[in-house]
Design a protein around this ligand. Structure first.
Ligand SMILES: C[S@@+](CC[C@H](N)C(=O)[O-])C[C@H]1O[C@@H](n2cnc3c(N)ncnc32)[C@H](O)[C@@H]1O
Length: 250
């Protein structure tokens, strides 16, 4: 199973698939989840926006000059800048065990010189440790303009058997049942390399020594509701698997 990280950090064969395996449903997803806002005058930050896949949707009405993209993969930011030169591109060299293992731990979100009406993060906090996620969400909320919103996706492990689906890619049937049993009542869990499951734990490996290719984190809807009491949580739309959590500036 090829995941986004393989398209950047994988074998030459996997990286060669980058131009073929492009997902461009992100704009349509947030357009529905945010009740079709008028995007044209909005300053939008695509946090973990990779190479700007959000802009690939022909229906996307975000003006390129109002679009800001920040990502930990330098190559993705360089590609995005070439494709959409009027947009704003920032390499954020923060450590991520999977996407940027050589990055700087706890590097603050850079100043971009603008307050955002909307901050979007599609499938980003599905790959960051819970401690990181809380820190980044607080920093991002502080970058919102008055009345602005942060919308990020998350994957509920029990919804449509999301966790089981992923475990089945890399584990035997017996292992899958054992791991599902361990995590049955968990509020959240993280999965390293598709096989090592940490229940209500971000994973206890040494970030500088152990190899982590894929890192997937799952939260139940109730867990995030309790963590962010003012948030609106919306269920997946457009046949996608991810929920959406919408938070204001607070
Ligand atoms: C699954 S990809 C999704 C990319 C993009 N949002 C999309 O939908 O096409 C996850 C992205 O999050 C980025 N990422 C991971 N940790 C990050 C962090 N701490 N800050 C910013 N981006 C991060 C990765 O580099 C990667 O581009």
């Amino acid at each position: 199973m090829i995941e986004e990280v393989h398209l950047w950090r994988g074998t030459p064969e996997q990286r060669a698939l980058r131009s073929e395996l492009v997902k461009a449903t992100q704009f349509a997803y947030f357009d529905v989840q945010l009740d079709h806002p008028d995007w044209r005058d909005k300053h939008v930050l695509d946090f973990g926006g990779n190479k700007g896949n959000l802009l690939l949707d022909p229906a996307c009405t975000i003006r390129h000059e109002n679009y800001y993209c920040l990502d930990v993969i330098r190559e993705a930011i360089d590609e995005g800048r070439k494709t959409f030169p009027q947009a704003h591109w920032f390499h954020y060299d923060r450590y991520n065990p999977s996407f940027n293992p050589d990055g700087t731990i706890d590097l603050p979100v850079p100043e971009m010189g603008v307050e955002f009406d909307v901050i979007l993060a599609y499938s980003v906090f599905t790959h960051t440790a819970w401690e990181e996620t809380k820190d980044l969400i607080e920093q991002l909320r502080a970058r919102l303009a008055l009345g602005g919103v942060l919308a990020f996706t998350f994957i509920d492990p029990q919804w449509e058997s999301n966790l089981r689906w992923r475990l089945e890619k890399r584990n035997s049937a017996a292992q899958v049942e054992a791991l599902i049993g361990e995590s049955r009542d968990a509020c959240w869990c993280s999965l390293v390399n598709g096989t090592n499951l940490y229940v209500e734990n971000s994973g206890a490996w040494d970030p500088r020594s152990a190899e982590c290719i894929t890192y997937n984190v799952y939260y139940t809807e109730n867990f995030l509701r309790a963590q962010f009491p003012g948030a609106v949580i919306r269920r997946p739309v457009n046949q996608e698997m991810q929920h959406c959590c919408i938070i204001g500036r607070g």
